[in-house]
Design a protein around this ligand. Sequence first.
Ligand code: SF4
Ligand code: SF4
Length: 341
Amino acid sequence: MEEDLIAKKAELLIGGDVLLPEGYRMPFRISRSTAGPGAGKRSAVFSFGNVRVKKGISYDSGDFELIDDNGSLSLRRNGKEFIDAVEIMPVVFHSPEQAFFNLDQRCIYNCRFCTSPLLKGDVTRSLTDEKIVEMIRDSMKEQKVISVALTSGVIVSAEETVKRMVSCVRAVRKEFPDIPIGVEPYVDSVDQIIALKHAGADEMKINLETPREDIFKNVCPELNYSLTLEMLKDSVKIFGRGKVTTNLIFGIGESDDDLYNCMSMLASFGCVPGLRGIRLNDMNRESMMSVCTIDHMDKERMIRLAHMQKKILEEHDLTTLTFRTMCFECGCCDLVPFRDL
Ligand code: SF4
Ligand code: SF4
């Protein structure tokens, strides 16, 4: 993809909301996520070229401005043309072409960057297995649904939460025998990984969050870094090379070398690391700033790291293209090697 489009995507990822024209009616249902960087915000997916970006939207203010010229959409920044042609994409649930559910936004842990448990109201409470299957079935009547993904906060214990996820995977797999299913649980035993695989999950994501254990101890004080790594290694044995991923947040005090070393270590055993720039908002800013160094997010670093990530994956004969679910397939919140660059 052209360098210019990559740079524009990076700028959008780092910048603030998109200001909508007064009275503008969105062509599709507005997404309000309960997980991920945009949790709690009204957002929409904008596409240009083959790039997708999920952005917060507002009628009051924004770093970018949506222009509607008789149905032809473009984006401006600081009064100047930024992207001359954009489209607004429908989301299935949370993600374009993907039914991605957060089974429970509550969580007994207190990761400093995570806003899911802090959101008001619990829209996840009514999500039974039957309801999820019905929602997927109904969406398929209206639009393309290529995959299903499930995440969840931890309620009571990892064991109990995985049981709930296993039950949901089983229900989805029974109804849709061929659809790719991705899961993003917090696990603390190999049996839980096996149970998710046996239930019908195809892809696994367990988040290591940062390349440095000292940073991890500050931002996820109740979780265990070495256990998470162990769970990732076990997952590769059970799900296969190129079917397991992990999120690494950058911009929280780590160096490029830290990321290089950690991504190389993960790739050496077949795990495909994903990189995500830290996003701060009113719910997590104070808490994060009290425990780690927040680096200025610049697009040059974001692009440099994405190229580094791609090189490491190539050296280990891995790619993001083996994933049909979750963030690599969605591509809305990061620069994704082999897809964006
Ligand atoms: S384990 Fe941490 S990141 Fe995951 S939902 Fe709970 S608080 Fe959020
Ligand atoms: S990239 Fe991941 S976190 Fe972002 S919208 Fe897509 S699925 Fe959600």
